[in-house]
Design a protein around this ligand. Structure first.
Ligand SMILES: [Fe+2]
Ligand SMILES: [Fe+2]
Length: 306
């Protein structure tokens, strides 16, 4: 489901190695400090995970939109300018990579120049990147979410996450309505044109993929926010452990359902394409999701509301 899992993303092996080795990557990145950042696609809303060279600067992290000296800014930079909420993954003392919610703030003026010069002194390749482009390479500070002594902020963030469940539930209901039309043999009011009116699996595939990436982005954001909740509210640790595990289960179930739709929408349809079968599979996935939403709502909000 993750775009990082597709063979079209050249960063996928680096991302996998990073996650498997507590943030360490060999080869050309041996000894280089990397973090993973996940931004929301500015056009697609799709989560976009990318490894970036980073430098720790007190409580914040600095990243550099060098794009290896190419003439244009990288996608992740354009994404975070549009939506500054990002999720960072970094290696930890616990021996495993952890996600952190962070706010991205591009540096300006002297502060940008000073931090850029420091980065070039640490890693001379960055001097070459600057020489290769006419761009002023952006330097961005990532401020990890810190809820210390700020219960009102913790509540607000949890409430925003939970409010998002309502949007996701509405999307699930829309997909369900489409199944009902198909099972009743009625034309789909959402069909784009008459040519695809019979292509239930193809249409569902498009709707479900949209739903899947909204869910994926929601869970990535939650995983990052959970790290801040855990620090501030130790009593939430067991519930959060379960919620994180459920995110992984949901991700797998969605990937399996997307693969089923892919087969059902393909030329070799077979019984996979039967609307009743597709609907049964969809209902199984959405029941699991609803259980997850309900557990999250029952455990996060009461604790954060004190
Ligand atoms: Fe969740
Ligand atoms: Fe959630």
């Amino acid at each position: 489901m993750s775009e990082t899992a597709t063979h079209t993303d050249p960063n996928a092996p680096i991302i996998a190695e990073f996650r498997a080795h507590n943030g360490r990557v060999g080869g050309m990145f041996e000894g280089v400090t990397l973090v993973l950042i996940t931004t929301a696609g500015r056009h697609t809303g799709k989560p976009w995970t990318t490894p970036v060279v980073a430098a720790r600067d007190g409580d914040r992290w600095l990243v550099f939109a060098s794009n290896a000296g190419r003439p244009h800014n990288p996608h992740w930079y354009l994404n975070l300018v549009a939506t500054p909420q990002v999720t960072m993954e970094i290696g930890t003392d616990e021996g495993r990579v952890k996600p952190f919610a962070a706010r991205a703030v591009p540096l300006t003026g002297d502060e940008r120049d000073t931090q850029w010069d420091l980065q070039c002194a640490r890693n001379p390749a960055f001097r070459d990147y600057a020489a290769a482009t006419t761009r002023t390479i952006p330097v961005i500070a990532l401020h990890p979410l810190d809820l210390t002594g700020d219960p009102a902020r913790a509540r607000l963030i949890a409430e925003q996450l939970i409010r998002h469940h309502e949007d996701l539930r509405a999307e699930i209901d829309q997909v369900r309505t489409r199944f009902e039309h198909a099972l009743a043999g009625e034309p789909d009011p959402g069909a784009l044109d008459t040519a695809d009116a019979d292509d239930l699996a193809g249409r569902l595939r498009r709707h479900c993929l949209t739903l899947c990436r909204h869910l994926q982005l929601h869970h990535i954001r939650e995983d990052g926010a959970f790290s801040a909740f855990e620090r501030e509210y130790p009593e939430l640790v067991p519930a959060i452990r379960r919620l994180r595990a459920e995110h992984a289960v949901v991700e797998k179930a969605l990937a399996a359902f997307a693969a089923l739709l892919e087969r059902a929408a393909g030329p070799d349809r077979g019984p996979d394409a039967e609307p009743a079968h597709l609907r049964a599979e969809f209902e199984a996935v959405s029941a699991g999701l609803e259980e997850h939403f309900a557990y999250e709502e029952a455990h996060l909000l009461p604790a954060l509301r004190g």
